[in-house]
Design a protein around this ligand. Structure first.
Ligand SMILES: Nc1ncnc2c1ncn2[C@@H]1O[C@H](COP(=O)(O)OP(=O)(O)OP(=O)(O)O)[C@@H](O)[C@H]1O
Ligand SMILES: [Mg+2]
Length: 679
């Protein structure tokens, strides 16, 4: 089903699911974003009497086990990982809805989605694909032997345009009121209007105009940092526009208690913005913080939210105006690239949702005439055709492994036959995909993840290692570095930096590899040759892993955060993501170590895992094992001579209060002076 944003595709998916449930089967609704899964779970509540389960990793409903559910709402990856565990209720799935189905063309996620849908169709499960940005919908439908519907109807008007503000800020700063500056808004249909430049900033001007007309704004920023910075900047202007009633509605967040996470700096910034009617939203925030921001925006308490693409798809938000700060983004491999047209249309489509507004607009911001001209051309271009990303190496190897794990001893030609049913083969030809399957099986065999089946001629089966890797959801490309590291741990000294370097060498360590340019930079703290467990041959990330591993080491050595941020050019959100990533990889390494008999590494890994979890030196681990005692409180107690859990438990209530509570201002190991309420 291909129809514009806000045209009501959800209900088509819902009907397909309800139809399956009425036939005694389960219906599965898949989405690309966690926030969208949360929204859909609310939407499904109107179907009273059905048992609904949500599975997204960070938010899993606990009321029913999945086997008892009629309807399962999940993210693509979570559903894929559920399939890898081969639950015995899988045959009861009658319908899968792939919402935002164009994600098939996403570089890192598309391969998995394509294989997943191919697998569902092979199992005779009904598949419904929904998308607002599917140009070649017939290709997709014919691939799955299905039918398609296409419509260009949108219930509310959505206008796209470009705003040009020249020299706004500089002119204001320099006090040059005489200088002629352009402040023009031009829509795709050629209509133009002049906007008063009241604030000297393009985004602020657009926001102020919308607020005065009674609307709200969603601003898509360049990066996480950009979203926070923009929200802080806009707060000042937005606050001026709020009525006393608006201010009252957000005043309860003044102390920020509800907005708090372990990341004090983000929490403080969020509290600062929220009381001024502005929020921000990005993947580095805690799920509670994100949910709160979404909720406050929906309740019309926040007038503006600055976001990264975490809010770009599918969501129904009360945004009369969507502002797009830039149409370029930074790509790891290619540098600065233009955002695909389909992605832009999806962001734009968050504006003017029928539930909240009768119309909306989506505006790109530009600074020069040339930029404006370019952007006006850009929004007139057709969206791209959907392409397959199936055979991109890392996810493809992973998908070939999972297919071998899920099938019963497939031969190479049976495997090829399965992959010949994919969209890649439908579009690009069977031979192309067949060669890729050869490459993948060769790699998997070399990494000892698969082997020949002794009981079936030509059959391929998973090894115990392959099975574990597939279930842990790590990419086969991570395996060479991991195995070499484990083998080296038998004969070399095991240090925390050596282990951190090991996990940073794994392919699945996604974050912070960009900080790896070594020339002329500070090499202090780099692991020595003796400490390294992985060598250059085992990982093409060997060098790039140095800096992130030192960063993590400093984090667990309680180094002042601001000095970590400065040295590595990162922010607290990056550390948060790095910790999450490290946690998963250390767990995976430990699991594989146990399986392959590399027991020597386990105690060190266990300690490292706990240190990373809390961000502390080993000496604090006894104290941080107490519920409610985090890094800061533990350090505070340590400084006062209480060094273990037992010593703490031996204290009276009032001694504890005195130690923790009378120091309203304490020197925190994680950054400057902090109020105790920040713990
Ligand atoms: N024909 C309609 N009549 C009444 N309300 C509608 C209609 N179409 C859509 N809506 C409402 O519009 C909102 C948007 O619907 P929905 O989320 O299903 O859009 P969508 O097509 O999935 O958009 P997107 O591509 O952005 O995900 C919902 O609140 C829905 O109830
Ligand atoms: Mg939708």
């Amino acid at each position: 089903m291909a129809s514009p944003t806000a045209s009501g595709k959800t209900v088509i998916g819902e009907l397909a699911i309800i139809d399956a449930v009425k036939k005694g089967k389960k219906g599965v609704y898949l989405v690309p974003l966690r926030s969208l899964a949360a929204e859909k779970s609310e939407d499904f509540k109107k179907y009273v009497g059905y048992r609904i389960g949500v599975k997204t990793g960070d938010f899993d409903s606990k009321e029913h086990g999945l086997e008892e559910c009629d309807i399962i709402i999940s993210t693509y990856e979570k559903w894929d990982s559920i399939l890898r565990h081969q639950p015995d209720w899988l045959d009861t799935v009658g319908c899968v809805v792939a919402d935002e189905g164009h994600m098939l063309t996403d570089e890192s996620r598309g391969s998995t989605i394509e294989v997943l849908l191919t697998r569902m169709v092979s199992r005779k499960v009904k598949v419904v694909i929904l998308s607002a940005v599917l140009r070649n919908v017939s290709d997709v439908a014919y691939w799955l032997d299905g039918r398609f519907m296409q419509s260009s109807w949108r219930p509310t008007l959505l206008r796209e345009g470009v705003y040009l503000l020249t020299e706004g800020k500089d002119r204001k700063k320099a006090g040059r009121q005489d200088h002629v500056c352009k402040s023009v808004l031009e829509y795709k249909d050629g209509q133009r209007e002049t906007l008063p430049d009241e604030t000297g900033n393009a985004i602020s001007n657009l926001v102020v105009q919308t607020l005065r007309a009674g609307g709200q704004c969603l601003v898509f920023a360049r990066s996480r940092k950009g979203a926070v910075r923009l929200a802080t900047l806009l707060s000042r202007e937005v606050e001026k526009e709020l009525t006393p009633r608006d201010l009252l509605a957000v005043s309860e967040y003044r102390y920020g208690d509800e907005l708090k996470s372990t990341d004090v700096e983000t929490s403080n910034k969020l509290a600062y913005c929220v009381v001024k009617g502005v929020g921000f939203h990005h993947a580095g925030m805690s799920s509670e913080q994100k949910r709160l921001v979404e909720g406050l925006f929906r309740e019309l308490k926040l007038k503006v939210v600055c976001s990264t693409p975490t809010l770009a798809q599918g969501l129904n938000l009360p945004a009369r105006r969507v502002i797009i700060q830039t149409t370029t983004r930074y790509d790891e491999k290619l540098g600065s690239v233009t955002i695909p047209r389909w992605e832009f249309e999806n962001m734009a489509g968050r504006a003017g949702r029928p539930r909240y507004d009768d119309s909306g607009d989506a505006i790109i911001v530009s600074k020069t005439d040339a930029q404006m001209k370019w952007a006006l051309e850009y929004i007139k271009q057709p969206i791209e055709r959907l392409e397959s990303k199936l055979t991109i190496e890392a996810p493809f190897y992973s998908n070939v492994l999972s297919e071998i794990c899920l099938s019963e001893s497939p031969t190479l030609s049976e495997l090829k036959s399965f992959f010949s049913k994919t969209f890649a083969a439908h579009i690009g030809g069977v031979d192309f995909v067949s060669d890729k399957v050869d490459e993948a099986t060769k790699f998997l065999r070399g990494s000892k993840l698969i082997q020949d089946d002794k009981s079936r001629l030509g059959g391929l089966v998973k090894t115990a290692l392959g099975d574990r890797v597939s279930r842990l959801y790590i990419t086969p490309l991570s395996v060479p570095a991991m195995m070499q590291g484990l083998q080296a741990s038998e004969r070399k000294p095991i240090t925390s930096i050596g282990l951190l370097h090991l996990i940073c060498c794994m392919y699945d360590w996604k974050v912070l590899i960009l900080t790896g340019k070594e020339e002329g930079r500070d090499h202090s703290g780099f692991p020595t040759a003796d400490e390294l467990l992985v060598d250059e041959k085992a990982s093409d990330r060997y060098d790039l892993a140095m800096r992130p591993s030192v960063m993590m080491q400093q984090y667990i050595d309680e180094v002042e955060p601001s000095s970590i941020y400065e040295r590595f050019g990162i922010s607290e959100g990056d550390v948060h993501v790095a910790v999450e990533s490290a946690d998963w990889l250390m767990y995976s390494v430990a699991e594989v170590a146990r399986l392959t008999g590399h027991f020597k590494v386990l105690p060190a890994l266990e300690i490292l895992n706990r240190r990373v979890d809390k961000g502390v030196k080993e000496e604090l681990l006894s104290l941080t094992s107490i519920k409610g005692i985090g890094a800061k409180r533990a350090r505070l107690l340590w400084r006062q001579g209480v060094k273990t859990r037992e010593e703490f438990e031996g204290l009276t209530e009032s001694q504890r209060d005195k130690m923790l509570g009378f120091h309203l201002k304490v020197d925190s190991p994680h950054g400057g002076q902090t109020n105790l309420s920040d713990f």
